[in-house]
Design a protein. Structure first.
Length: 171
């Protein structure tokens, strides 16, 4: 069986984000009610949940000769990470207000938290003679969804976060 104990992109992005989001929201809400899960959220997840999961990888640009061992591999890559923020509440007005605050705090954290931004900027993985490291990152969009489950209102926001990396030879 494949042992998954080696750091690699995009799971290292998710690990850094999940740890920092939990720390940050435990300060924002000392009750510890925020649950951070490294997977997509489901309708049965608890109130005040945040799900973080990689959803996409794409090569960027064209291959560049001489930058890495395989001349056909592109030197820039882009990962998409989905961050979901869920509020379950029986009171619709309260659910709207709580979700607005919850989703805004998460989005602002992705722009302003210096600890998180520094950690993301320093991500680097070396595999054999190839190094992959963070080039740039940011938010593409945030979508808002609402549904009703039983007697509860579920408000969900989905942030599409991207992180681009650069591949280079270590030799």
């Amino acid at each position: 069986m494949l042992e998954a104990n080696e750091l690699c992109f995009p799971n290292n992005i998710v690990d850094v984000m999940a740890a920092r989001v939990k720390q940050n929201f435990d300060v924002i809400d000392p009750s510890g009610d925020t649950v951070v899960i490294k997977r997509s959220l489901t309708v049965s997840d608890p109130d005040q949940s945040i799900g973080i999961v990689p959803v996409d990888w794409a090569p960027k640009g064209q291959p560049e000769i001489g930058r890495k061992p395989n001349q056909f591999e592109v030197s820039a890559q882009a990962y998409t990470i989905m961050l979901q923020a869920l509020i379950n509440d029986m009171d619709e007005d309260r659910a709207i207000r709580r979700h607005s605050l919850f989703s805004t705090k998460l989005r602002r954290m992705l722009y302003r938290d210096t600890v998180l931004l520094s950690a993301l900027a320093q991500l680097e993985v070396t595999d054999s003679d190839v190094r992959e490291k963070t080039l740039q990152y940011g938010i593409r969009s945030q979508q808002f969804l609402v549904t009703r489950k039983d007697s509860s209102f579920q408000y969900l926001s989905v942030i599409e976060f991207y992180l681009e990396t650069q591949i280079s030879s270590t030799t």
